[in-house]
Unconditional design. Structure first.
Length: 337
């Protein structure tokens, strides 16, 4: 099969860049996460310090400079390599960018150590590892609550490090932006987190920057969350996942993270929130119907147990395989079309 046109080269390169980045990341995990975090922090802090005057216009400018300037540089390098050096060099550039922005190994060591500690019955060690991952925890966590928090954090991390990057990389590739979509997504999350924090030097973003960073992150994550939730529903318990997703969407349509957690709870049959929190209707017309729905939902959701950690791993990997197969079929259709 001859590729023939730049569009076909691009379709071929986009899929295989993603596939190779995942394989390389599994074989040799990216060790520069700490350096990227330091560079990113310095970049965002510099932008806030020089462009944040506190008004809404400057808030837009701060976010655009912090998130879009690096993405623009990534696009420029991608097309410069493709046009002046060759498509294979652009392919290697895509793999490099995805290697730095996508992957399980950027957080999976926390999950692995927590799981080992829980298997050994060492809840103190598991708690210590979870605090290293998420921050300080309440002092009186039960084992079930500890597992619940591990599942929630694992799902959110898998979404932000893998499936969200999948989504925006695919969108960017279709628009001819190379790996820029992946960069914008990861930087959007980073700017949101950094804008809400007080830096080591006491620098703090204004409320205008914080609000805009929050809104932009919500917009960036709106579609990826629903794509991830749909994937979990397809490879898990579809009916329960969609039901809890729908109920959560009705109750609080603005909470992307909660929607994803609700879909996960239904997909693997685990209680990840208070039972009533998952089935409560915003407009209960008949109390007996609401109570019956609550009882039905609770009966299908089990309290968090150690076995659910393996269920989460299986759910995530089945979803990865499903999306890769779909992307492969779409790429083949473009090549043959």
């Amino acid at each position: 099969m001859r590729l023939g046109t730049p569009a076909r080269y691009h379709a071929f390169m986009s899929f295989f860049s993603l596939l190779f980045a995942l394989i390389v990341e599994q074989v040799r995990p990216f060790s520069g996460v700490g350096r990227l975090w330091t560079w990113g922090a310095s970049w965002v802090d510099w932008v806030v310090e020089h462009f944040d005057s506190g008004d809404s216009g400057q808030g837009v400018a701060c976010w655009a400079i912090a998130a879009l300037v690096p993405a623009g540089l990534v696009i420029a390098i991608h097309w410069a390599l493709a046009l002046w050096v060759g498509w294979f060099s652009a392919f290697l550039w895509n793999v490099l960018v995805l290697y730095a922005t996508l992957g399980f190994r950027q957080f999976s060591h926390f999950f692995t150590e927590i799981r080992k500690a829980l298997d050994a019955g060492d809840e103190d060690a598991a708690r210590s590892w979870l605090e290293s991952w998420t921050g300080r925890l309440p002092a009186d966590l039960s084992r079930a609550e500890l597992i619940r928090r591990v599942v929630v954090q694992s799902v959110l991390s898998a979404h932000r490090h893998v499936f969200g990057v999948f989504t925006w990389y695919s969108i960017g590739s279709l628009l001819g932006l190379g790996p820029a979509g992946a960069v914008v997504y990861r930087l959007g999350a980073y700017v949101h987190a950094r804008a809400a924090a007080v830096t080591d030097t006491g620098l703090h973003a204004s409320s205008a920057v914080q609000q805009l960073a929050g809104k932009m992150w919500w917009l960036l994550d709106w579609l990826p969350v629903r794509m991830t939730a749909m994937g979990f529903a397809f490879v898990g318990s579809f009916e329960d996942s969609i039901d809890l997703w729908r109920r959560r969407e009705m109750r609080d349509p603005g909470d992307n993270d909660a929607l994803l957690i609700a879909a996960t709870a239904g997909a693997i049959g685990i209680q990840l929130e208070e039972p009533m929190g998952l089935v409560e209707s915003p407009m209960p017309s008949d109390p007996s119907e609401v109570e019956a729905a609550s009882d039905a939902a609770v009966s299908t959701q089990k309290p968090p147990q150690i076995g659910h950690l393996a269920a989460v791993v299986g759910l995530v990997w089945r979803t990865v395989v499903m999306w890769l197969v779909l992307l492969a079929l779409m790429t083949l259709a473009r090549l043959l079309g």
